[in-house]
Design a protein around this ligand. Structure first.
Ligand SMILES: NC(=O)c1ccc[n+]([C@@H]2O[C@H](COP(=O)([O-])OP(=O)(O)OC[C@H]3O[C@@H](n4cnc5c(N)ncnc54)[C@H](OP(=O)(O)O)[C@@H]3O)[C@@H](O)[C@H]2O)c1
Length: 255
């Protein structure tokens, strides 16, 4: 389908070493996208790069901590050096820590905000400068159902993701005239290493999520790929500032 064609596009995927970012990077590479994958753990990036290259795809790796501006600049420089442009940014890297608001210490609060909100902003801003100059680009932020619903034990996380919603809208407004679209996907619970950690620290967590989800299961990371292909392709040419929820019906309930 030409509408969804991403052949020879260039995408940066943050937090691609595992979980959702890994699936999106792999899915994009299968769709003919040249991917630049980044995270802090080189060994995970090398493994994914090997898999993509073995399947005939193109992939560069750059280690990066998205809370450090110089690291982000390095990813952008390496992407331009390798492929000459940036068509798509999957702004996915994120962290969480389950702790009651009354017990949350400031250091942990600020760390989560610095990755999930400030890091996402910085990456979008620095890539946005390239895209505005190109007069084309698609930025897809990875948000969460916690962007518009409270989640117990996730005060910093939900605050950061609520921020991502507004960041997405405001960047969309500012960059629309340059044909740079900014959207977000917002999953509910996805079976990734991040959720494994939450599962192991909270008894009954998985069961309660499944009971709360109309589709009666968590998502697989690969189920995040389709919406990203849609938002990265011509098929979404008149959508900007939007958040698409991939939640198995989670928000359809009117409690
Ligand atoms: N899983 C879910 O249920 C769920 C639901 C809604 C939204 N999300 C969102 O989806 C995104 C991905 O989550 P996930 O579940 O796939 O998590 P994950 O399995 O923990 O993977 C997170 C990825 O982000 C990278 N990362 C973390 N901090 C980073 C930093 N400072 N700089 C660069 N990379 C960093 C990690 O690599 P390193 O640690 O090696 O850097 C890893 O590759 C997050 O934004 C998360 O909030 C997840």
């Amino acid at each position: 389908m030409k509408l969804f064609d991403l052949q020879d596009k260039v995408a940066i995927v943050t937090g691609a070493g595992r979980g959702i970012g890994r699936s999106i990077a792999k899915g994009f590479a299968e769709a003919g996208v040249k991917v630049v994958i980044c995270s802090r753990t080189e060994v995970e990036l090398l493994k994914l790069q090997g898999e993509i290259q073995q399947a005939g795809g193109q992939c560069e790796i750059v280690t990066c901590d998205i809370s450090k501006k110089e690291d982000i600049e390095n990813v952008i420089d390496k992407t331009i050096e390798a492929y000459g442009k940036i068509d798509i940014l999957i702004n996915n890297a994120g962290i969480t820590k389950k702790v009651a608001a009354l017990d949350m210490n400031l250091e942990d609060f600020e760390k989560i905000i610095s990755v999930n909100l400030t890091g996402v902003f910085l990456f979008a801003q620095l890539v946005g400068r390239v895209m505005v100059k190109q007069r084309s680009g698609k930025i897809i932020n990875v948000s969460s159902v916690g962007s518009d619903q409270g989640l117990k034990g996730s005060v910093a996380y939900t605050a950061s993701k609520g921020g991502v919603t507004m960041l997405t809208k405001t960047l969309a407004i500012e960059w629309a005239e340059y044909d740079v679209q900014v959207n977000a996907i917002a999953p509910a619970y996805v079976e990734t290493p991040l959720v494994e950690v939450v599962k192991s620290t909270r008894e009954g967590f998985e069961e309660s999520v499944i009971n709360r989800t109309p589709m009666r299961r968590m998502a697989k990371p690969d189920e995040m790929v389709g919406a990203c292909i849609f938002l990265a392709s011509e098929a979404s040419s008149y959508i900007t500032g939007e958040t698409i929820f991939l939640d198995g019906g989670w928000r359809a309930y009117g409690l």
